[in-house]
Design a protein around this ligand. Sequence first.
Ligand code: ADP
Ligand code: MG
Length: 620
Amino acid sequence: MAEEKLSFQAEVSKLLDIVVHSLYSNKEIFLRELISNASDACDKLRYSALTQPELLSGAADFRITLTPDKTARTLTITDNGIGMNKTDLVENLGTIARSGTANFLSQLSGDAKKDVSLIGQFGVGFYSAFMVADKVEVITRKAGETEGWRWTSDGLGEFTIAEDPTAERGAKIILSLRAGEDDFLDGYRLRRIVKTYSDHIALPVVLIEDGKEETANSASALWTRSKSDITAEQYKEFYHHVAHAFDEPWTTLHYKAEGAIEYTALLFIPGQKPADIFNPDRKQHVKLYVNRIFITDDCEALLPSYLRFVRGVVDSQDLPLNISREMLQHNPVLAKIRSGLVKRLLAELKSKAEATDGDYQAFWNTFGAVLKEGLYEDFERRGDIMELCRFTTTASDEPISLATYLSRMKEGQEAIYTISGDEIEVLKRSPQIEGFLAKGVEVLLLTDPIDEFWPNVIGTYQDKPFRSVTQGTADLSAIKGTDKDDEKRPEPAASDAMAALIAAFKLALGEQVKDVRSSDRLIDSPVCLVADDGDVGMHLERLMRQHQQPGERAPRILEINPRHPLIRRLASEATADGAADRLKDTACLLFDQARIVEGEVLPDPASFARRLSAVLEKIA
Ligand code: ADP
Ligand code: MG
């Protein structure tokens, strides 16, 4: 029979090289990976058979078997699931398609010791078989097809594929064990590994030894068991299996909803940020089962996007089994389940947020930016989500709730002040917050892109409006703060002098600015830019430009600080004859400086450089 030789994708070769040469001590996880794949394959077939029952011809009882052969020194793992055809084999076992393994590769540091420990964390899927085997054969036939195939590799860069008429539906994986790995032929050892890692698998994992069969796991879907019968370790293993993740779940939520609509949910919030959390598809990841039969892991209607960090399963008898994925989107029962899930998840977060153990902080740092999307997407739950939000502020590196913010507001303060940008540290040095800092008024430092959108949609919290300190006028005079240093600062320039200076600046800058005005938000800086009320915010405009969505550029307002020594001096000269002409370059320089502070790219850097050199020349 013709045998075809093919090369692994370069990334797979790299991965295999690490796997084969690693001295990773916890090699037994290969079995967890292969059993997990077998279980997924059975789930897939069971689902396809709902609409194409002919796929099941023959065995409909799904199971996984483990057969050690001490003479041949092989361990064989079989399943009667969906199987693979030739294209599947090349794609699934010759390239890296899945994010978990790709993630593993992206984390590689080049430090052999560190990289090897990653194997344990990520599992590396099918390829982990090469940790214990120097030859792996996969004999497989896809459900509904007649041709069978044999995939063979020693894990050294190449694999072969040939037709195999003996293949039965599903997959049989034969591992020829490396020298010294005979331990994996021992029934006792195998049973223990299955118990440890695969007990939650909903199908029987059967050990076949000397012709005798024995089921080595509990073989009941974990979520159907009662909470008191499940150990923390079992929950964790299940999480690893269902989420294709290898971290500690931050929280586990297991409950049965009873009433008009019944369902069981076993949900996890991961401890670490999944690599695809900011993918544009914003897909949720909870798997849907109907009466223990896997339906889909791609049901958008099950959870809103802002909870897409949640992993786990939902199982209900109240949904029809043979419903198409498209129909699911509009199913009223599913809508009720969704609303129940959201309620429970938010309640769980609330109780964690109210606990004083500081654990909530870890969640917020990992997924806060995602949860915040709910502020503008989920009208109904906006209030609940608002209470769960935490913010870094000018007064606190430890993020605080809005309730805390309100409790610290100054007398006369009517708004919740915000500033948005890319980095906390840069925001803290923004000129626009100087006046607020001096009066002890706290400002929320917003650095997530989503922060550009929700404050406008929400408008207020407890009747206090959100107000950007880089937009509109600052009404600082009404706020009774304790600005101890106020008296030490110089008097503002005389108002007629300021008026003349402002007129000169306006003349110099023309259309480039919307207005020039005296500022009361500045303390140490001479100038700053602000957006006019109703215009696009400055940070948002920059974000849109970064994402190739240049809209109209809104001209900004240049505010100048009447108490700054430089401005005072310029003002004192501004009423003299011909002052406007002399002030032209200075106005341009200060305007450019304000733009640089904002992180803007100067449209005419050459003129800026020329003016700056001219100034430096005078002082040199
Ligand atoms: P993952 O399980 O995360 O997708 P693996 O490396 O474990 O990654 O497996 C790669 C792919 O190979 C699987 O997604 C699946 O399509 C296919 N596969 C592996 N084992 C089997 C099996 N026993 N039956 C059918 N397909 C399988
Ligand atoms: Mg796998």
